[in-house]
Design a protein around this ligand. Structure first.
Ligand SMILES: [Zn+2]
Length: 488
């Protein structure tokens, strides 16, 4: 193991990462195997072929759709073909929201069509649509501050722009508009809500995405009144008024029309809505540990996608990266000490139903799961490795970080931001990791018809697999069991 350059150590603030070989908490043979796995993945991991297979042979796979079942069969067969020891299906109760037809047009002062997609969980308009005057807001705070009289009987249009950032930080700020515009507008008397797409592109592709935060239902009396209870007890709701996202160029166009100063009227017709329950599955592939099979290292992504594209970057890439990492470990002459588990989570997009079902099915996860990480931020290069572990696990984690360093991955801190599907299990007290990807162009395609295989670069996927395979192998092989941070 070579020493890291001093500039890196200063930048990352991890002086303890300088441990020489002799005192490394991970055996030298394991480090050597991890480096081999890393380097051979970098030379060609097979992840692109898996991404191609899922996006071509299944295509778009919205939770609860006919394609959901095909995706589950695909994942089951793929795990088996890649040499996993055991493939398990765990049930997930999925509410089904159907996208039928959707259309919108300016009717005055200058009639023209608009390009839009209904937001997930939007309620539908009456047959024949609705027509009303538009009232525009620069951002969600302006809508919140508006008097009811300014909104009543109108279509609210929130034109808030998203900022492009490598770490996707602009999404967290902007996405609240998607989940709030219909609720806030509707409570003030609006008849529908339009938003500028939560996206960074200038293509005429609207971005869909969930229009309700189901997590809020329990906290909000108004939302609770119209909530639907699923058979497993979870609560869902459709939006208070119909809600859709305009593509960025269409939002620009509407901005200009409103700026002309005459009343702008829009006709909106959305044939969408909740249609019932579906019984789907998380698909789990295991490589059973040779010494401590009950201790689990979990990596994965989500199998479902939104419907307009083929879900290549979101999240066929994450499924492929983690499956390919598992497949490389499956080819070793012996299994790692602990079980390596790859999970293809059901229904992330419409409310994290797969992630919650997994946590519910594994209430003992704090004891049995020793490391979790999720790939769900496209197909860009990984540039940072963060952890959320107990202090006494840091030497082991830093040793893993040193194996990732030649991939141009810096060791970050111990306050990792955790992926969405593994969020519920992380809350049970499981050590978590984040392998952060460069997402500078991720929100150009995210949740659009433009999320297709051509956006995925095979070499970048290989670097991702190289990182995941080295990380997962070492977490599964290290003598020291990684523990979660002690609760204060
Ligand atoms: Zn995703």
């Amino acid at each position: 193991m070579r020493l890291l350059p001093a500039c890196f150590l200063i930048a990352a603030g991890f002086a303890q990462a300088q441990a020489p070989v002799a005192s490394s908490p991970i055996a030298e043979t394991a480090i050597a195997t991890a480096k081999q796995l890393r380097d051979s993945a970098l030379a060609g991991s097979g992840a692109y072929a898996i991404t191609e297979s899922l996006t071509t042979e299944v295509g778009a796979r919205m939770a609860g759709s006919e394609a959901d079942a095909r995706a589950v069969r695909w994942a089951e067969a793929k795990f088996k073909a890649l040499g996993f020891d055991r493939v398990t299906l765990e049930p997930v109760t999925i509410p089904v929201w159907r996208r039928g037809t959707e259309s919108a047009a300016v009717t005055s002062p200058a009639p023209q069509k608009l390009s839009l997609l209904a937001l997930g969980w939007s309620s539908g308009t009456p047959k024949g649509g609705i027509e009303a005057e538009v009232v525009r807001f620069e951002n969600i705070d302006a809508l919140k501050a508006a008097p009811d009289a300014a909104v009543q009987g109108r279509i609210v249009f929130v034109s808030q722009k998203m900022t492009r950032r490598r770490d996707g930080g602009g999404y967290g700020t902007a996405v609240g508009v998607r989940a709030q515009a219909a609720e806030i507008g509707g409570r003030k008397g609006a008849v529908a809500a339009l938003i500028r797409s939560i996206g960074t592109d200038n293509d005429r592709f609207p971005h869909t995405g969930g229009g309700v935060w189901f997590g809020q239902i329990a906290l909000d009396a108004e939302l609770r009144k119209r909530a639907i209870t699923l058979s497993d007890g979870s609560l869902i709701a459709t939006t208070l008024v119909p809600a859709a996202a305009l593509s960025n160029p269409d939002a620009d166009q509407l901005d200009r029309l409103v700026a002309l100063g005459q009343p702008v009227r829009i006709k909106l017709e959305l044939d969408v809505g909740y249609v019932g329950e579906y019984h789907g599955h998380n698909v789990i592939g295991d490589l059973i540990g040779r010494e401590r099979p009950e201790e689990i290292v979990l990596i994965g992504g989500h199998l479902d996608s939104w419907d307009p594209g083929t879900g290549a970057i979101d999240d066929a890439a994450g499924i492929a990266i983690t499956m390919a990492a598992g497949a490389a470990i499956a080819k070793l002459p012996e299994r790692p000490r602990r079980t390596l588990r790859v999970v293809a989570f059901a229904d992330e997009e419409q409310g994290l139903f797969g992630g919650y079902a997994y946590a519910k099915a594994h209430p003992d996860a704090a004891r049995t799961h020793v490391a979790i990480a999720e790939s769900d931020f496209g197909a860009g290069l990984i540039y940072r490795f963060d952890s959320n572990v107990a202090a006494d696990a840091l030497p082991t984690v830093n040793a893993i970080g040193q194996v990732l360093y030649p991939l141009d991955i810096e060791r970050g801190g111990n306050d990792a931001r955790v992926g969405s599907d593994i969020g519920p299990i992380h809350k049970l007290g499981v050590p978590a990791f984040a392998l952060s990807q460069d997402g500078i162009d991720y929100f150009d395609y995210h949740h659009t018809a433009n999320d297709t295989l051509d956006k995925v670069d095979a070499k970048k996927l290989d670097q991702n697999v190289a990182a995941y395979v080295a990380f997962a192998y070492l977490a599964a092989e290290a003598e020291h069991k990684i523990e979660a941070p002690k609760k204060p």
